[in-house]
Design a protein around this ligand. Structure first.
Ligand code: SAH
Length: 381
């Protein structure tokens, strides 16, 4: 019997659309945040539970998959920050959403120039996808440091910590709120008369409208949509608690904007193409722009020092991207040389990842400025 027939017999939903429609019929419209969480993390049908998202054959590609130089420079950044912490032994080298483990493998290879760093590192990987955990294990089998997988940052043991998050925050669910009159109303997902998933707006005002107005101003126009990200705020609150006990530095890299502004940025990507976020949820990656101003404001309120944001271009060039590429080009074949140059270009060109992606560091307040974030201040939206 096929899995579908089996499901038919047990009356379970055949896909996430059907599962969500059943939930909506029972409990009413879902908030965009609940919809996004289900689309990405539903136990049976969530995108990160069922798909192998990354790479040329997957749905999207990330900086460490484009060029080894990305992870290598981050590894060197980590060594410097660890030294500034007083070279604690041991310490937690944490990555949130490590994908295929490529960034961490490249970082540890570069950092092995300072063997005491790798000896002191306890690698902590926060990953929901069982398939990606397997790939991370394979990528890191010879990395020279012990590795543990955790459900969330809260599960990482106490102690000094360096935390890396590349394209992780964009996958944390967003709330969307719609301006009507003087109030804010939760944007929701419901089923329309034709039985398709469709956006709707809650009938009652959101209870935290004043907070929303304090972020986005009370002058928003009718119909405008704003976005907040409660789980990012929780993540930063957790960092703040850690920083009260131990030295902590987190490097957050993602695509997004430097000024909080209205706009619907929810986007679904399948096989490198944009698709409708409501069509076939669970089968496409679902993300939204990161609002770096909100992250920075939350971090300051939690007592963390905020460095940046700067553009990915500025960050990588200041860390020595050009010099590292030059070293790699020596002895490279013509085909390898082309890949090295085009990969580096993709990371820093302003019409590719260079300007859209931003880098923010959040750290214990008594640590000195981390490399490449204090001197560069320009970060176009
Ligand atoms: N950092 C990697 C992968 C980015 S894709 C890279 O740069 O290539 C997003 C990653 O975050 C994936 O590994 C995904 O499985 C993981 N992820 C998404 N939401 C998560 C969550 N709530 N908790 C833990 N991991 C999550």
């Amino acid at each position: 019997m096929s899995a579908a027939e089996d499901r038919g017999l047990t009356d379970g939903p055949v896909d996430l659309t059907e599962k969500l429609k059943q939930r909506i019929a029972r409990m009413g419209p879902l908030s965009v945040a609940d919809f996004m969480e289900a689309a990405l993390l539903d136990d049976e049908f969530g995108y990160y539970r069922t798909s192998d998202p990354l790479g040329a054959g997957g749905d999207f590609i990330t900086a460490p998959e484009v060029s080894q130089v990305f992870g290598e420079l981050i590894g060197l950044w980590c060594v410097e920050v660890w030294s500034a912490m007083g070279a604690p032994k041991p310490f937690n080298l944490v990555e949130l959403g490590p994908g295929r483990g490529t960034l961490m493998a490249d970082a540890l290879r570069a950092a092995s120039l300072v063997p005491s760093f790798v000896e002191a590192a306890r690698v902590q990987l926060v990953e929901v996808s069982a398939g990606l955990r397997k790939q991370q294990k394979a990528a890191l089998q010879d990395c020279g440091a012990p590795i543990q997988w955790r459900k969330s940052l809260e599960h990482v043991p106490r102690g000094p910590a360096l935390i890396i998050a590349n394209e992780f925050v964009d996958a944390l669910p967003i709330r969307q709120l719609v301006r009507k009159g003087k109030g804010w109303y939760e944007r929701c997902v419901t089923a329309n008369a034709k039985g398709a998933l469709a956006f709707s707006v809650a009938k009652r005002q959101a209870a935290d409208g004043q907070v929303i107005s304090s972020i986005f101003g009370s002058t928003a126009k009718p119909g405008e949509i704003v976005e907040t990200r409660p789980l990012a705020d929780e993540l930063i609150a957790g960092l703040g608690r850690r920083a009260k006990r131990d030295p902590v530095a987190a490097l957050i890299i993602d695509y997004g904007h430097t000024a909080s502004a209205p706009g619907d940025t929810l986007q679904a990507v399948r096989r490198h193409d944009h698709v409708s976020p409501l069509k076939a949820p669970g089968s496409a990656d679902l993300t939204a722009h990161v609002d770096f101003t909100q992250l920075a404001a939350t971090a300051s309120a939690e007592g963390l020092a905020v460095w940046g944001p700067v553009t990915q271009r500025m960050f990588l060039l200041t860390l020595g991207l050009a010099e590292r590429c030059q070293a790699l080009l020596e002895g490279a074949s013509p085909q390898e040389a082309e890949l090295i140059v085009s990969g580096a270009g993709r990371l820093v060109n302003s019409d590719q990842m260079g300007h859209l992606f931003k880098v923010l560091a959040l750290a214990s307040p008594d640590l000195p400025a981390p490399p490449a974030l204090a001197e560069a201040v320009e970060a176009p939206a």
